[in-house]
Design a protein around this ligand. Structure first.
Ligand code: PLP
Length: 374
């Protein structure tokens, strides 16, 4: 495992200074997408950040309310409790988990780890950029592997691109922004072939929505592969994006190394996110309902795109990635002027992405975006 202590503190201060100037949402390239003044106003439909329109679950809300009376106490017991629960659910030990304020913290730690040793992140691209951006700012080189003709991650090409310069391979599965999913066994075989001195980060932010479901997780490999780090989040299917709760899963040594470098010393989370996450884990019915409702919302988009001849990827997530050539230019700005926020990162040259809201939001989306067909 190549997470080392070398110069971490001195260099991470430099990297943190960069982030103080830039801010995390700027790091994702989306600072201008959603200014404060529109949040909470019913006349905007927020389909740009892949949030769960149904969350949090009722049991999570109840747990947060109940937790307020303990807000004067540090949350260590709740950290341990959530780790115990995650460990049981995933067939691992509590020491295999690091709890963070959203998985962004895990991605930034890993990116910085590579950057501070002037290493290289190898990644299929386009993909979720946080680890790459944090890495680059701290000194990493980013090596990108093109997706195949169907916007799928090409594991053979990725494996072939590993060199003695590669420090970490980043795989987002299902992938954001393309929405595509790898076959579980293919990804497992890939992970087993990556040399042990190269870290593998598998970002499973959308695994709950995938066709494989939790069986699509690489968690079974954690005890087998010393170089595997999985990151997961409660921000998506669990609907807790605003509470900030994510985690890393890896072998005990890696978790210890990540914890040593975590600026929040693993207490960047608090009672409300911890108890909300814990309660949500006991409410699988909520996840099932959200996943089913998400499929209903996706179908509304698919049906419209099929009618109009818009090329899109069947999505294993809560968003749909489509080509923009059937629409007028500046679609994002035009939709925004109509009160509907969608996404186009600069790297999505000829595509755009819409998050799946409630069915009524998606019907409104379809009705509105139809106005901009060419
Ligand atoms: C693939 C992926 N990973 C990680 C994140 C970060 O999520 P959070 O920090 O809310 O856990 C996101 C957010 O959109 C994402 O799409």
């Amino acid at each position: 495992m190549s997470i080392t202590r070398r110069d971490w503190i001195r260099q991470s201060l430099l990297a943190s200074a960069t982030m103080l100037v830039a801010g995390p949402h700027v790091a994702q390239g989306c600072a201008s997408e959603r200014p404060d003044e529109i949040l909470g106003k019913d006349d905007f439909i927020l389909l740009n950040w892949n949030e769960n329109p149904y969350g949090p679950s009722e049991v999570a809300k109840q747990a947060v309310g109940d937790a307020m009376k303990y807000a004067n106490r540090y949350p260590d017991e709740k950290i341990n409790e959530l780790k115990e629960k995650l460990a049981k659910k995933n067939g691992l030990k509590p020491a295999n988990f690091l709890l963070t304020a959203g998985s962004t913290e895990v991605l930034s730690l890993l990116g910085q780890h590579v950057g501070l040793q002037r290493g290289e992140v190898l990644t299929p691209f386009p993909t979720f950029p946080t680890a790459l951006r944090f890495g680059e700012r701290a000194g990493a080189t980013i090596k990108k592997v093109e997706l195949d003709a169907n916007d799928r991650i090409d594991l053979d090409q990725t494996l072939g691109a590993i060199s003695d310069k590669t420090t970490m391979v980043f795989i987002c599965n299902p992938n954001n922004p393309t929405g595509t999913e790898l076959e579980t066994e293919d990804l497992k075989a890939f992970c087993r072939k990556v040399p042990e001195n190269v870290l593998i980060c598998v970002d499973e932010a959308y695994v709950e929505y995938s066709n494989a479901g939790m069986k699509g997780s690489m968690v079974d490999l954690v005890n087998e592969l010393p170089n595997l780090v999985i990151c997961r989040t409660f921000s998506k299917a669990y609907g807790l994006a605003g509470l900030r709760m994510g985690y890393a899963i890896s072998n005990v040594r890696n978790i210890q190394a990540l914890r040593d470098r975590h600026l929040g010393a693993e207490i960047s989370t608090g009672w409300p996110p911890l108890v909300a996450a814990s309660a949500s884990l006991d409410d699988p019915e909520f996840i099932n309902t959200c996943v089913a409702k998400n499929a209903e919302g996706k179908q509304i988009v698919y049906d419209a795109y099929d009618r109009w001849g818009v090329k899109y990827n069947p999505s294993s997530t809560n968003f749909v990635y489509a080509r923009d050539d059937r629409f007028e230019k500046d679609l994002v700005a035009k939709m925004r002027a109509k009160g509907i926020l969608i996404t186009k990162w600069p790297t999505m040259t000829d595509h755009f992405r819409v998050s799946i809201g409630k069915p009524e939001h998606m019907r409104m989306y379809v009705k509105t975006v139809e106005e901009f067909l060419v």
